[in-house]
Ligand binder design. Sequence first.
Ligand code: PLP
Length: 376
Amino acid sequence: MMHYLDHAATTAVLPEAAALACQVMTEQFGNPSSVHKMGIEASGIVETARRHVAAILNAEPSEITFTSCGTEATNTAIFGACRRRGQGKHIITTAIEHAATLNTVHKLEQEGFEVTYLQPDADGHISVSDLREAIRPDTVLLTCMLANNEVGTVLPVKEFGKILKKKAPKALFHIDAVQGLARLPIKPKLWNADFISVSGHKIGAPKGIGALYIKKGTRIAPLMYGGGQERGMRPGTEAVPNIAAFGEACRVRLEQMDENYAKVQALCDRLTAGIAARFSWAKYNGKHDIPHVVNVSFPGCKSEVLLRILEMHDVYVSSGSACSKGKASHVLAAMKVDHADIDSALRISFAPSNTEEDVDALLDALEEGTARLRRA
Ligand code: PLP
């Protein structure tokens, strides 16, 4: 039996979302731009999905733009915010962002922007006072994540938004909420957010769909030009099946959010109790503020090798971030975790579909694997 504990990388499509996507692909397959009945029906499907995405983001439907993924949403927000005319050339971000953000601001650095990277403490937290000091009169954008994909820390976005808007009222605030969606309540108004990126495949929609919240009244240029879909912000014929599935996944996840959180918390508690009882020598990396992502090192056991042993038991976790295959984790490095501990770090990430059996299978497989590697 398969025990998949790598849901921060991606997760299974929810049956409700898959069924709807299939129906849209085979029956309601019109182009939303067509003016006949089939087109109007497809357009209605897109607008229903937009309402569901808006509901989970506590936003207006008109504030939601569908994109192909979280990365595209983030690129649209960052380039759009920074390339506004007559603005400054200073960006603030953190050293623990996903590559979708880091590589985008690196590109802007090459174009003459200056970037301040806020550093985490040993727990993986970013300090509010460091942000306060970093803000300058020419700051054009603050871009940071809500929840970290490697260690599960949550950033103080409410405080960040408040300070940014007070010290640099013209600067825009982008939040990458890809790992926070359907886990934490999203509060764009309270957080003073101008942009929020989310992705479908982390919450039970297919891969290839994301969305960007753009606060009403915020004007930015799109990344692409074409047929004017998504009010010109994201031209190209809409991926109606993926959009419909994303809407459906948001609807289901919003309904079950509290219940799912409690389920995942119980699984995380079972895992940490098991680790304490069986691997007292293991070391946690970061404080997992959300129970969905746990990062733990098993010193003396190279994670790449341990991963293969777990795989033989049909247990699937990740070493560091799945988005940076083979590279040492920049998040753990920024937290100043020892090289040896980075080398032996595993990321275990839950979905509400996981069971106690999954946790127990992982603990048993870890016991065998670590004993083998520590003996060697
Ligand atoms: N941001 C974070 C925090 C992520 O974890 C990921 C994916 O792992 C992304 C952005 C990119 O999302 P997508 O895979 O939809 O491009």
